[in-house]
Design a protein around this ligand. Structure first.
Ligand code: UDP
Length: 492
């Protein structure tokens, strides 16, 4: 049943480019289904850094069919820099405080026009507001079903623990639906003592996912069938049913480059794509560490030496190294990198014909979908993973933050089988030897060909999931139908 025009889905993404980008892609899907979409944003710290703000503005400008509404600034914003607590903790508190503003905004719609509220995975406080107004609320989970399965089972794991998970080191944690996860690979904030403010706040916000009317997961069933099955197993959340799970992905961009390019860098990015056009098929290794990832100068030099020795073509996104360590580095404003100072002397000249270094940002989806791209060195952010899977590009994992180490376990496990890992990351340094060896392995060897064939098959599955009658299309239609029915009931 096609939804009626004039019905609006209000989207309320979690902070950060990695949440806003896929939420925008979901909005585009819903617009094609005949719904109106309003995306509600909180200005800083949602957009965290200058580059985050610039990307968000670009996303807004490139999507005129979406109505963007920015809530008024908080009268007493947290002092991120001066606080001893993590910025993430303050952000969660701030999101909670914003419920009042969000409620005022939602009340400005005639009740019948509100189809549903779709919150980001860290914006689930909004479900309280939606419930007060009698509007169905859904979570858009911008990571995979494997991480969601872990999140769902986490409260039971932490209940009654006297110590943080960090004391367990690499001991494997057993969860339904995913391979054993070394405790050290959990999201860092969740490794603290369960009663610590940060851990508490994060568990609380994630627990609220189960209070929404359903979870839209950015994955497709065949990519993570065990995890999806676990999420539907009553043992996953003992005593409380998980809401319906809708695997609607991959919700990723289509690579229409004009949407991804900052206007001031359009020429540069067009040159980049023209350079890719001139390379042989599947010959280029692409290296990029998400919207926020940075590496120390010493590590950049190791990568450069490894890439040069491998003899392979490459496209490498380089950022200025962070000035501080720890999570506050995400708040830093950094200048564009000085490549001549950061990379080994003569590197750019020697590799000029076969390598391209770009600063800060590349039109990633277009790069991954380009026929010349042969492999992807990634920080394992879930959007990057899905974009590569959809494009059939094998990956080398180099996790940096968030749930990326956990993603790495899933990606390298035979069930998913789309990547190998750069082992040195665990000790904080991947040597030039490993960069060279892994690049050669993925590009030159028989095992590399097998890996590529596996990922290509996954890519075909992704296409099939999104076609008429495919699992993700069916799940999306079911979500829309159920939400409309609920909306009718709740609104009465
Ligand atoms: N991205 C991009 N160009 C870049 C870096 C990132 O287009 O140079 C996009 C990427 O395609 C993805 C998003 O930014 O859609 C990053 O999300 P991800 O979940 O991979 O990582 P995060 O930035 O959240 O750590």
């Amino acid at each position: 049943m096609a939804p009626r025009r004039q019905q609006t889905v209000v989207m309320y993404p979690s902070f950060g480019v990695g949440h806003i980008i896929p939420m925008t892609e979901l909005a585009r899907v819903l617009l094609r289904r005949g719904l109106d979409v309003t995306m509600v944003l909180i200005e800083r710290p949602f957009w965290s850094s200058d580059s985050g703000a610039a990307t968000t503005r670009r996303v807004m400008a490139a999507n005129p069919a979406i109505t963007f509404h920015v809530l008024p600034p908080d009268p007493s914003p947290p002092d991120f820099a001066g606080s001893t607590k993590l910025p993430f903790f303050h952000t969660l508190q701030l999101l909670r405080r914003y419920n009042g503003e969000l409620g005022r905004f939602l009340r400005s719609f005639p009740r019948r026009r509100l189809h549903s509220v779709v919150t980001g995975m860290f914006s689930t406080y909004a479900a309280e507001v939606a419930a007060e107004l009698g509007v169905p609320a859904y979570t858009f989970f911008a990571s995979g079903a494997g991480f969601l399965a872990v999140v769902a089972q986490l409260p039971a794991l932490l209940a009654g623990r006297q110590e943080g998970l960090n004391v367990l080191g690499d001991a494997p944690l057993e969860f339904l639906g995913v391979p054993p996860i070394p405790a050290s690979h959990m999201v860092k904030e969740l490794l603290e003592h369960p009663e610590e403010d940060m851990c508490n706040a994060m568990v609380d916000v994630l627990k609220r996912i189960a209070d929404t009317d359903g979870v839209l997961v950015n994955t497709f069933e065949s990519l993570e069938s065990r995890a999806v099955q676990a999420l539907r197993d009553p043992r996953c959340v003992p005593g409380k049913a998980m809401p319906p799970i809708y695997c609607i992905g991959p919700v990723v961009g289509d690579g229409s480059a004009h949407r991804e390019m900052p206007p001031e860098r359009r020429h540069e990015h067009e040159c980049l794509l023209a350079w890719l056009d001139a390379q042989p098929e599947r010959s280029v290794v692409y290296l990029c560490f998400g919207s926020r990832g940075t590496l120390p100068a010493e590590q950049l030099r190791e990568i450069a030496i490894g890439l040069e020795r491998s003899g392979h073509r490459f496209l490498w996104v380089v950022r200025t190294p962070a000035g501080t360590d720890g999570p506050k580095k995400f708040l830093e404003q950094r200048p564009e990198p000085d490549l001549a100072a950061l990379l080994p002397a003569g590197f750019l000249e020697r590799t000029g014909g076969r390598g391209l270094v770009v600063t800060s940002w590349a039109p990633q989806v277009a790069v991954l979908r380009h026929r010349s791209t042969g492999a992807f060195v990634t920080h394992c952010g879930w959007n990057s993973v899905l974009e590569a899977v959809a494009a059939g590009v094998p990956m080398l994992c180099w996790p940096l933050y968030s749930e990326q180490m956990l993603n790495k376990v899933l990606m390298t496990d035979l069930d998913m089988g789309v990547a190998w890992e750069m082992e040195g990351y665990a000790a904080g340094r991947v040597g030039a030897d490993e960069v060279e060896a892994k690049v050669r392995l993925v590009m030159d060897s028989e095992e590399g060909r097998e890996l590529r064939a596996r990922v290509a098959a996954r890519g075909e599955e992704a296409v099939a999931a999104l076609e008429d009658g495919g699992t993700s299309q069916v799940a999306l239609a079911r979500f829309l139908a159920v939400a409309e029915k609920l909306q009718g009931q709740l609104g009465d």
